[in-house]
Each structure stands twice: as C-alpha cells, then as structure tokens.
Design a binder for this molecule. Structure first.
Ligand code: FHN
Length: 465
C-alpha cells in the first residue's frame, strides 16, 4: 500500500474510532447540518394528529426525587413549584443526588393511576421521564442517575405504566427536559441558581448525543405517542437544535407527535409560536392559562395544575374546585384545544386524594357529557354569555351544536345566534329529552326547564342545517 494510501487509511480508522469512542450512542446522528423537516402533506399530518385532536383531555404527571422533600428543605418551606426545589433552594448536586437513595415508591400502582385517568375521561397520559433535575424515571444506559441504578426501588417506572396504558386503551406519552441541572456538560446559570443552565465550552455535541440516546431508549422501550419537550429556554439551545431533535425523533417513530417546546417557538407561558417565522413542533403549549380564543388551524394544549404546583408539595392545599376544572375543560374544547391536567404523586407513589376526588367528579360529568368534548371542533360563535359551545359535523350534513350552559336563563329561554344555521332539533344531552324552539330575527330561542339539570354545566344540543 502506497504511503499516501497508508496515511489516508490511518486517518479514516482514527476518525471512525474517535467517533465511536466519543459517541455515547453508536447510532446517534452526529450531523449538525441544518436539516429539512420530514415532508408531510396536510392529509398525512391530519391523520397523524387525529387521535390527539379527538382526545381533548389528558393527564400530566410530574413525579421524581423532588416529591421526597415535597417543598421543604432543611426545615424551610421553599417558595415556587415543587419540582424546582433543587434550583430554588440552591441545593448542591451532590446533596440533591442523595435523595435517590431514599426514593422507594412502594405504593406505586400504575394500574390504579391509569384507572383514575380513564375514569376521569382522560385519553392520554404524559409523564416526566426526566425533569430539569436530570433524574430519570426509566432505565437508561446513558446514565446511572436513574430509578433502576440509583434507588432502593430499583425498577423501571415507565415500563409498567406504558403497559397499563396499552391494556386500558389510553395513549402513553413522555415529557423530557432539555435543560438538565445534573448532566456535567451543563453548568449552573449563576452562583445562586441552576436555571437557566449554560453549556460548558465544547460539550454541546456530547449533551445533544446524550439526549438523542435517551430519546431513542424512551421510544424503543416505551413507544410513546407524544414526546412533550420542556426546558428549551436556555440560550445555548437553538431552533436549529430543535429541528435536529424533532427530525431525529420523527425518524425513530414517524407517527409520533411532538410539542413546540422541542424548539424555540413558544412565546413564554402563552405557549403559541412567535409570529416571526415557522417554528418546529406540532402543537402550541399555553401553560396555566386558557387563551382568549383558539387559532384556526393551530393545534394547542393548555397544561394546568390542580393546585399551584406540578411536583408534589405537602403543604399546597390550594386546590381548584371540580366545577372550575370541568368548566376549564369545556372552555378549552370550545376554543379547539386540549386540556392536559396535572397530578403530582407523592414519594410513596400515591396520587394526592384531593386530585383523585376531583378527577372522579370530572369523570361523572364526562360519563354523561363526554360526547360534547371528544372529537369536537371550536365554537362557531364569538361570544355566548350563558356558557360555551362546541360542535360536530353529523353524517347527514347537519351540524350538532353542544351548548354548555353555565348560567341558566331565568326566563326559560336559551338564546342562540341564528348565524349557526337553520335549527332542526333540540334536546338535553343527558337523557335526550326533546326541547321546543322558535326563531326570532337573529336568535333561536330554545325553551329549557325552569332550573339547570346540572348546575356545573348542562349540555343543550341544537342540530342545525
Ligand atoms: O419549568 C417547567 C415546570 O417545572 C413544569 O414542568 C412546566 C409544565 O409545563 N413546564 C416548565 C415551565 O414552563
């Protein structure tokens, strides 16, 4: 072999070796070129999004080591959301890590969790696989900072939950934080806070590969229907990184759905994308709020807590009423969005009883009225002073309006704008009791019973041509 060819061969072997040695995951795609997103027609995207759009209602689960301190550190109550205690109490990594040795959720019963979600009328579950603290609730080959290697519990938490979801007919989905307060490639943002992290010089590709290895593990081991990214805001992470991750994840599972926090599009807690360019991600993510209106053609999901924290805090008793939660669900659906309602389980593995009670109450309402939420579209009306409206197209070409009445009319007449179309039939959804109606110039007056059958929200159906 000529000397030139020898040098080339050596270089080539060296390159392959370096790549192999430094790459955590043999299959991670190391290319950093700006990539084009997967090609998809509107029909293909509609088919991929269909189950998610019809679902309308899911359970968010924030669970991890932070449930152990549960909002208190060294005898002090730490302000803010429970899963941020490492940051808000400025706990050194080596101290926080010790929590893993205490994590033993012996009361964890995934079948019970899925039953609670299903009975509430929820169609999917999104659970934190790794939050900002970097601790993994699943068995990862990329780190030993996970429930299998670092805790007395020693078993994968996601596997049984994903299997229970499949068994009970719910979609299993995972949350994954890009920001990682534990991974050595990321360093704290300041002396007092981890957030937002900075990337150590020259170690970004190492962390991107770490993320991609874990995302591959999550997809291959648990087959999530949605990857719910978060922690995208640190400056070291770019929209181009988001496109790389989005493309990589879709290449592993083309049918998967990914939120807009995989990139840099979201306008803070408003959750919708900034208007200045096309951002990566399949749906917007308003947080702790319901937008004043939906946006035609834009998929979005409001994520909200039942009290004031995502991760469990032992002393947060500021629970929203079941009435508020039901009306939130209706309000969101009337604007064409999904409701991702959070539970924060305890360190033992129990969903707090106040959450369980509220979910059971929501489930009672959904049992009677779920048809007015699932697979519906946004209201045709700008404003409806008595409540909210959702709609569905019927096989006969008519449209079915679901009028969710929060404020029952005193005069027994429910006024509906005639802009909706020619009234054909009206009835109470519960029990299908027919109702009479008459047309006035710009309104249809439906005669309703003297008092509301369901004071939280009675659904009156009006079919229009
Ligand atoms: O910082 C997180 C927070 O802990 C929680 O996970 C919420 C839920 O959407 N997301 C981030 C704040 O926007």
């Amino acid at each position: 072999m000529s000397p030139r060819r020898m040098i080339l061969a050596t270089l080539l072997v060296g390159l392959v070796m370096t790549t192999a040695v430094s790459k955590g995951d043999q299959t991670a795609d190391r290319s950093t070129k700006v990539r084009s997103l997967p090609k998809e027609t509107k029909a293909q995207r509609d088919a991929r999004m269909r189950w998610w759009r019809e679902a309308r209602f899911g359970m968010f689960i924030h669970w991890g080591l932070y449930a152990i301190p549960a909002g208190t550190w060294k005898g002090k109550q730490i302000p803010g959301i429970g899963e941020w205690i490492m940051d808000r109490a400025n706990i050194p990594v080596e101290e926080y890590e010790k929590l893993a040795a205490q994590f033993n959720p012996i009361k964890y019963n995934p079948a019970e969790w899925v039953r609670i979600a299903k009975n509430a009328g929820m169609k999917y579950i999104v659970i934190t696989s790794k939050h900002h603290d970097g601790f993994c609730l699943f068995d990862s080959k990329a780190t030993t900072y996970d429930v299998v290697d670092a805790t007395p519990y020693g078993k994968d938490l996601l596997k049984p939950l994903s299997e229970e979801c499949r068994k009970q007919g719910l979609k299993f989905c995972t949350y994954y934080s890009i920001m990682d307060w534990h991974h050595p490639a990321q360093m704290r943002g300041s002396e007092k806070r981890y957030n937002p992290t900075k990337m150590r010089p020259g170690r970004k590709r190492e962390y991107m590969d770490y993320m991609k290895q874990q995302l591959r593990e999550i997809i291959e081991q648990y087959d999530p229907a949605v990857l719910w990214f978060d922690g995208e805001w640190p400056a070291w992470y770019t929209e181009e990184d988001g496109r790389e991750i989005y493309t990589y994840v879709r290449s592993l599972k083309p049918s998967i759905i990914i939120n807009n926090r995989v990139g840099k599009g979201r306008k803070g807690m408003e959750g919708f994308n900034k208007g200045d360019r096309q951002y990566v991600g399949d749906f917007g993510t308003p947080e702790q709020r319901i937008p004043p209106t939906g946006l035609p053609g834009v998929d979005w999901e409001s994520c909200m807590t039942m009290n004031r924290t995502w991760g469990y805090k032992s002393y947060d008793h500021d629970w929203k009423s079941a009435e508020t939660l039901i009306r939130n669900l209706i309000d969101i659906a009337s604007k064409g969005g999904n409701y991702l309602l959070n539970v924060g389980p305890t360190a033992e593995g129990l969903i707090p009883q106040p959450s369980v009670e509220r979910l059971a109450r929501i489930g009672q309402w959904m049992k009677t009225n779920g048809e007015s939420i699932y697979a519906t579209q946004a209201s045709p009306f700008e404003k409806t002073p008595w409540g909210r409206c959702t709609q569905k197209k019927l096989a006969n070409g008519n449209r079915r309006l679901y009028l969710h009445v929060f404020h029952w009319p005193n005069d027994g007449k429910l006024r509906v704008p005639t802009s909706a179309g020619n009234p054909q039939a009206a009835f109470l959804l519960a029990g299908k009791k027919p109702l009479t109606f008459e047309r006035q110039d710009d309104a249809v007056l439906i005669s309703v019973p003297p008092s509301a059958p369901d004071p939280v929200a009675t659904v009156v159906v009006l079919d229009v041509k």
